[in-house]
Each structure stands twice: as C-alpha cells, then as structure tokens.
Ligand binder design. Structure first.
Ligand SMILES: Nc1nc2c(ncn2[C@@H]2O[C@H](COP(=O)(O)OP(=O)(O)OP(=O)(O)O)[C@@H](O)[C@H]2O)c(=O)[nH]1
Ligand SMILES: [Mg+2]
Length: 458
C-alpha cells in the first residue's frame, strides 16, 4: 500500500505496450522527473526549459550512448499527474527501453506500480474516481459504443451531477443535525417537504443510472443474442452469414447443432454476442435433449432472441403457435422467416400476414442488412446515442444500489415522522455511498483495488 513517502517518489514506467515497435515511450512523474532525465540526457539543459516543449538529444550511460531520443516536458502542475512529467520517446527495442528504464532507476526513479500515474492524477485532484476508472475502461474499449461510454464518463459524465446532488444533501444533513442541538425547542431548520423533494430528485437520478447499468454492461461485453428455432431452420447458416465465415456446422440433418456456438459481431459500432443453439423439438436422443434444455435456458438469459422459422416447412398456424410461446418468455425477440429463396411469391404474401415478420434467406444472404437494422432498433440504444450517461462499472452500480436503499429509508423516515437522529443517520448513509462513487469517500483498500486493475505505465 502506498504511503506519503511513496507519493514523493519519482516513478517511471514504459507507457507503450511491451514488444518491438517503431518507438517506445517511457514516462516519469514526480518532483525529480526532469532532473533525473537531465542527468543522463545530452542536449539542452532540461531543467531550464519551459513546459510543453520537445527536445532532441541522446541518453547516455556514462560515455556510452543508449539511444537518440525525443523528450517531452510537462512542468507541474500542467501535466496528467499534476507533477513534473517527462516522456522519453526512444526507439522501440526491448533492449533499449529496458536499459533506459534501468538508467532512470539508477538516477533515483522507482518503477511505477500498476495504475500509479492515474492514481496520482486522482490524488492530486486531476479528476475524480469515476473518471479515473473511465481511463481504464477507455484503454480497454474495443468497440465504438464502449469507447463513447468511457469517453463520456472520463470527461465528467455523471460525477458532477452526483457531486452536486450530494452537496445539497449535505446541506440538509447539517440542518437536521443542527435541529438535534435545539431538540428542546421544537424548531425545524430543514423543511421536510423540501427534503422529500430533494430525496426524490436524487432517487430518480440514481434509479436512472442503475437502469443504465444493464445497457452499460451490454455495451462493454456485447449484447447476448440467442439464435433459436426448430431444427433445420437455418440457425447455424445465419450465424455463419453474419460472421462471414463457416464457423458452425451446417447440414440438412435436423439436430446438427447440439452445443452453443458463440461469437462476437459488431453492428453499427455495437458489439453483439451471437449464440447459435440446438434446434427446439422433442429430442431424439439424450445428448440432443440436453442441448434442447440448454437452449431454453440460454433463451431466458438473452437480451435478445432471434427466432427463426423455416418458411419452406412451417405453416402460418405453426408459426403463430411458436410466437405465442415466445411472447410468454418476456424477452425481446425478432421473428425471422428463413429460406425466402425457396417459397413462391404467393406464399410470401401469405406470410406477410404475420405481424413484424422479417423474411430472409440466410443461405443466399438476402435481406441480411434489413435484419441487422432490426437488431439495432430492437436493442434500443437510443438513451446511449443521445449522449445520456451510462454506468458501466460494477463498483459504481453497487454504490448506486446502496444509495437507492438509503434514500428509500430516508423517504420512509420522513413519512413516518422518524426522529431526527434516525433521519440524519439515513442521510449520512446515502451521502457515504454517493461519495464512494466520485471518491470523496475512499479507503486505501478501495483505491488499491481500483488502481491495481490498471496496467503498469498508466
Ligand atoms: N434454401 C435454403 N436453405 C437453407 C437456408 N438456410 C439454411 N438452409 C439449409 O437448411 C439446412 C439446415 O441448416 P442449418 O443452418 O444447419 O440449420 P440449423 O437451424 O442450424 O439446424 P440444427 O442445428 O439442426 O438445429 C441446411 O441444409 C442449409 O443448407 C436458406 O436461406 N435457403
Ligand atoms: Mg445448427
């Protein structure tokens, strides 16, 4: 765990990924960062240069030239960590980078722990905890929507909203605590009506954020989307078509797929986890029976079901029967009629009587774009696209749920005219959990836990 003296150290780490690249960047942060680099740098006197300047020169270990480098200077407090920061761009050989880092250590720097740069940025007030965590998410985001969510949060996101509401609540807490001092005199500094209004306001914000977590989670990990239907409907063919590769075995034998086949597909920047399943029917053997029951389980866990009907085999009545069952599951689903290529125009218009049925040919790749569009519409990313804040972090989610509980206690307390000290206690509880999100309430354990998830150099 870090101590105050740790904070005084100058830390160093490779900030670009390990391995060979055209350049590798070593970053130092701390009081002595500029001097340490200056000690081994041949070129201008770095201690005399203004912030935000670049300097070409060589790194030397005694007389030996280690590399020719470009040094970027950031003088405190105008840097990521608000400390003196130097970034040294070397040639990207592992050998050079390791030697340069050792050289800096020999001159007084210490190797940074994972996340230590961002931890310092947080401790020095560069941003709050939620924003610091967003940095980690940003580094790990691999699709457009995850990137947008992380970016939004890093630039302030819901932190400010929560901080403001918390401030208002602190005001009420102190008013109520003041009333405790005057308990003999039956005064009311904090209007219960106003307190109730504020609590409801906060509760609304908190509940919206909690609701956004499902979406946030989905954005981070991909929308779990199950492809289901009777055997031979063309589920595996559809998965392959969407993936553009022959991932799943396709055959005209019903009951081909018995276990799940899963892969990620990005549609309009949103990541989906498509899961091909065993066809649903009265199974012919034990293994298939297990597959069928697993399919049903998977369907219940899905965020979206793409249900395939074989238009060349099934009647409208049969399809309607299946739709009925689907509706009872309570999971969003898309009705897809497959094998459009083998039915007549007349049959096609008959099937059009089924509401919202989209007809495709998975085998001939027909109307696949229309299906993708429908998938995007169905997951309703509207809230997200309009720039609403989304909670993607489990830690924030848990604090929000705890806040919600505490706020509900406050409301119950007001309604049942609970004593001031009980009310004050519940408000303090809510303040505590709100403060956990932005880092106004932190413990060493919490910080250690959060920043250790970063990689070294961040
Ligand atoms: N004509 C036509 N045939 C298709 C189409 N899609 C799939 N098929 C055929 O239908 C048969 C079954 O396809 P699969 O993709 O294996 O079907 P499945 O739903 O995965 O079947 P199970 O895994 O057994 O449940 C294969 O012979 C495919 O070639 C299509 O759009 N048109
Ligand atoms: Mg299959």
């Amino acid at each position: 765990m870090s101590t105050i003296s740790d904070q005084q150290d100058t830390i160093v780490a490779l900030s670009t990924p390990p391995g060979v690249g055209a350049i590798g960047v070593i970053r130092l942060s701390g009081k002595n960062a500029i001097e340490i680099v200056n000690n081994v740098f041949h070129g201008k006197d770095l201690t005399q240069q203004p912030s935000h300047t670049l300097h070409f020169g060589s790194l030397r270990d005694g007389k030996e030239i280690v590399d020719e480098v470009v040094v970027s200077l950031f003088v405190e407090p105008h840097s990521y960590t608000k400390e003196n920061v130097v970034e040294v761009s070397c040639h990207g050989s592992n050998y050079i980078l390791q030697r340069a880092i050792k050289l800096f250590i020999k001159n007084g720097a210490r190797l940074a722990q994972p996340g230590e740069f961002t931890r310092r940025a947080f401790l020095n007030g560069q941003f709050d905890l939620a924003q610091a965590e967003a940095v980690a998410d940003l580094i790990h985001s691999d699709n457009e929507s995850a990137h947008m969510a992380a970016m939004n949060q890093m630039r302030g996101g819901f932190s400010e909203k929560i901080r403001n509401l918390r401030q208002e609540l602190i005001h009420f807490a102190s008013m109520i605590e003041l009333e405790l001092d005057f308990s003999e005199e039956d005064v009311e500094f904090a209007s219960r009506d106003d307190l109730k209004k504020l609590t409801n306001n906060i509760l609304k914000v908190v509940t919206d954020l909690i609701d956004s977590f499902n979406l946030g989670n989905v954005i981070k990990n991909g929308v779990p989307t199950v492809i289901a239907g009777k055997p031979n409907a063309g589920k595996s063919t559809l998965l392959n078509t969407l993936l553009n590769e022959e991932k799943a075995i396709v055959s005209d034998i019903p009951g081909t797929t018995r276990d799940f086949i899963e892969d990620e597909i990005h549609i309009e920047g949103v990541s989906f986890r498509f899961i091909d399943t065993a066809g649903i029917r009265e199974a012919k053997d034990k293994i298939e029976a297990i597959g069928v029951s697993r399919t049903k389980e998977k369907m219940l866990q899905a965020s979206l079901i793409i249900y395939l009907f074989d238009l060349s085999q099934e009647s409208i009545a049969e399809i309607n029967k299946e739709i009925n069952i689907l509706e009872n599951l309570g999971i969003p689903f898309i009705k897809v009629g497959n094998k459009l290529d083998v039915i007549s125009k007349d049959q096609q218009s008959e099937f059009q009587s089924i509401e919202d049925l989209i007809m495709i040919s998975a085998g001939n790749k027909e109307h696949i774009e229309a299906l993708k569009k429908k998938i995007i519409d169905k997951v309703n990313l509207e809230g997200f696209k309009t720039g609403n804040t989304i909670v993607t972090n489990l830690r924030h989610y848990e604090s929000l749920v705890n806040t919600q509980k505490a706020l509900e206690d406050v409301l119950r307390g007001i309604d049942s005219q609970a004593s001031n000290d009980l009310l004050a206690l519940d408000i303090r509880q809510a303040l505590h959990f709100l403060g956990e999100i932005t880092g106004e309430i932190t413990t060493e354990d919490l910080l250690g836990n959060i920043f250790s998830k970063f990689c070294i150099g961040k």
